[in-house]
Write a protein that binds this ligand. Structure first.
Ligand SMILES: [Zn+2]
Length: 326
């Protein structure tokens, strides 16, 4: 699999790592913060070791002479923002306490590899192989956080102030946003799956919710006053881009509530929204099953943990249905 991963300067000492928008699952964005005095940090890591090594090779010429990446700030516990950090075995890995728990119960790289490459021919395995088969986790060791916090945490990367704020549950149970007040930049993690007219992205996929929590997190991002927002996936956004994403989220919350009230299941609601084609430019429409299932759990007041395999199975089924419809 050929993956473009650009590292672009976006402010003084700050770089965005951007993958091709709308390119599908697992192609995450992140960032690099470089102080003039030496210390440097990544915001998130790519999905596998090969991509991690490519990001490290792109980062190294941007560092002060002799300096390395000391810190990785992890916005949430999904592997596509974490596992490539295995190329930095001595870095401090900072995230929220909730994300530490998330990492402990999610499949690790070897477990996901076994699922994706099980050789089974059911639709779910075929879906996973098609969308995740190009990543190589054979030499990815699990990455464990070394420092966690609740609420907020003020850091410095050399002379650069960095403010971390826990905003979960939103995309996952433990999301955080990274605010660089002097550069007016926010790294949003997967609170935002971005899309613009010029660079359409994919439908967001939210595993925790409620959508109101994600909306609040987007509002928190705007409230920082940031001018440049690096989403977890998709193109860079300005403030209007975040507002446009809020419109998407509000639409989704409203339709979920209406269809839930009308007695449709989460799966039927996803079929309905797919048929309505309100956002035809976005890819991976089947992800609506995941986000709507999360939202339904909140609307139903469910407290039991969801079965991710069951939700992924439904998502693969909807992908198959949509493809059969053309
Ligand atoms: Zn992601």
């Amino acid at each position: 699999m050929m993956i473009n991963q650009d590292v672009l300067p976006i402010a003084d000492g700050v770089y965005a790592r951007l993958t091709t928008p709308g390119a599908g699952w697992g192609l995450s964005n992140g960032g690099l913060i470089v102080s003039s005095s030496g210390p440097a940090a990544w915001v998130d890591a790519p999905y596998d070791r090969r991509l991690g090594e490519a990001f490290l090779a792109a980062s190294t010429p941007l560092l002060a002479p002799g300096a390395g990446i000391d810190t990785v700030i992890v916005t949430h516990g999904n592997g596509d923002h974490l596992w490539g950090a295995s190329v930095l075995p001595s870095a401090e890995i900072i995230t929220t306490e909730e994300t530490l728990h998330h990492i402990e119960y999610d499949p690790d790289p070897a477990e996901l590899r076994a699922i994706v490459h099980s050789g089974a021919s059911d639709p779910t395995t075929r879906y996973l192989l098609r969308h995740f088969g190009g990543f190589d986790w054979s030499d990815c060791v699990p990455v464990a956080p070394t420092r966690t916090f609740r609420g907020e945490l003020d850091l410095r990367v050399g002379e650069i102030p960095v403010h971390l704020r826990a905003v979960g549950p939103a995309h996952t149970g433990g999301d955080l946003i990274v605010h660089l007040p002097e550069q007016r930049v926010v790294f949003a993690g997967d609170v935002i799956f971005a899309s613009t007219d010029e660079q359409p992205g994919d439908h967001p996929v939210h595993w925790a919710g409620p959508i109101s929590g994600i909306i609040q997190a987007c509002q928190d991002i705007l409230d920082t006053g940031a001018l440049t927002i690096v989403p977890g996936h998709g193109p860079l956004l300005d403030r209007d881009g975040v507002r446009a994403h809020l419109t998407y989220l509000e639409y989704l919350a409203e339709r979920a509530q209406a269809l839930h009230g009308a007695g449709l299941t989460a799966y039927e609601a996803a079929q309905r929204l797919a048929a309505e084609r309100r956002y035809p430019e976005l890819g991976l429409t089947e992800r609506l099953v995941v986000t709507l299932s999360s939202e339904y759990r909140h609307l139903d007041g469910e407290t039991q943990a969801p079965d991710p395999l069951q939700i992924v199975t439904q998502m693969a089924r909807l992908a198959w249905e949509l493809e059969a419809q053309g």
